[in-house]
Design a protein around this ligand. Structure first.
Ligand SMILES: C[N+](C)(C)CCCC[C@H](N)C(=O)O
Length: 307
């Protein structure tokens, strides 16, 4: 006996959902993998920006490897991995919904009626502004752990690192500085991310439109390349405030605290010259391309599969 038609339909729908679920799962896995592979670059960047003991990228890599082995490059990685899905869904969700409010078109309709770059920029800035408040505590803990240069296997008698892990770090900051302590550097992060996420989405849209025929979806290769360059372009503009943000996040640990964003800018530039604002740019660009290529590919695929 053949199954009733509606049973077939149900089975088919369940099957389709499963397939979609697998796709979504695969893409989040790809995003997480990108983040894992990019993390060593991020650690070198953070160290170059906040510590003055390194002569450059190679010197930092060699010293990190010698003192801490390969594991040293992966310090502080667990919270970013655990939070990336949430942070990105806030960013892309607010972006997409702001565009919807501004242009009254859904993601699908936007191919036929592309939004203006002003609208894309405004939606990007809005997404950037909102995601900062999810990102700030996770980013602070990441930076604090990345800067712990103590090796895993310590020689007996040497002092233990200040934080034993991400949870211990979060709890210690909370106890020592209160809930506001977890948002140290958040203002610099807001200044860094609000305009640069506008630039991020504008670059992505512009590059996609350059190589896609009107009304069509961009090809996966286009999405990857446009996403990668959007990452590099936005990080290039974000680097000066990224340096300041990381320094302010670390300042809570040192005797010498800055009075604010401006004070940190002025004293960093006075002591180390204007070059300080571009610390970590090269290594960060190498990380930004693959990480953001995968991010945009998953964004496009998830939106298409959700319809
Ligand atoms: C706007 N700004 C340049 C700061 C970040 C843009 C890319 C964000 C991405 N999650 C990444 O980690 O690369």
């Amino acid at each position: 006996m053949s199954p009733r038609p509606h049973a077939c339909l149900t089975q088919y729908l369940v099957w389709r959902r499963l397939q979609r679920g697998q796709l979504e799962f695969l893409w989040s896995l790809a995003g997480a993998l990108g983040l894992v592979l990019g993390h060593p670059f991020d650690t070198v960047k953070v160290r170059l920006q906040t510590q003055t003991t390194y002569r450059g990228i190679i010197d930092c890599m060699v010293k990190t490897y010698r003192h801490e082995s390969l594991l040293g490059f992966f310090k502080g990685m667990s919270f970013p991995i655990a939070s990336i899905a949430m942070v990105n869904s806030v960013l892309f969700g607010v972006y997409s919904n702001t565009l919807l409010a501004l242009t009254a078109t859904s993601h699908q309709e936007r191919r036929a009626q592309p939004p203006s770059y002003i609208h894309v920029f405004t939606a990007g800035c809005t997404g950037g502004f909102v995601q900062v408040y999810c990102l700030a505590p996770f980013d602070l803990i990441k930076v604090r752990l990345q800067n712990q240069t103590e090796p895993r296997a310590r020689p007996p008698g040497s002092p233990p690192p200040r934080y034993r892990g991400p949870v211990h770090c979060a709890v210690s900051i909370f106890q020592e500085e209160g809930p506001r302590g977890l948002f140290r550097g958040a203002w610099a992060l807001t200044l860094r991310d609000t305009p640069t996420l506008g630039i991020y989405f504008v670059t992505y849209e512009w590059l996609c439109r350059q190589s896609t025929r009107d009304g069509q979806d961009p090809s996966p290769a286009t999405v990857l390349v446009a996403g990668g360059f959007a990452g590099i372009a936005s990080w290039a503009v974000a680097t000066p405030l990224d340096v300041i943000k990381s320094r302010l996040q670390m300042a809570g640990l040192k005797r010498r605290a800055y009075r604010g964003v401006l004070d940190c800018m002025v004293s960093s530039a006075r002591q180390e010259g204007l070059g300080v604002f571009f610390r970590g740019l090269t290594i960060n660009s190498a990380r930004a391309f693959p990480v953001n290529a995968v991010t945009f590919l998953s964004y496009e695929y998830l939106l298409r599969s959700w319809g």
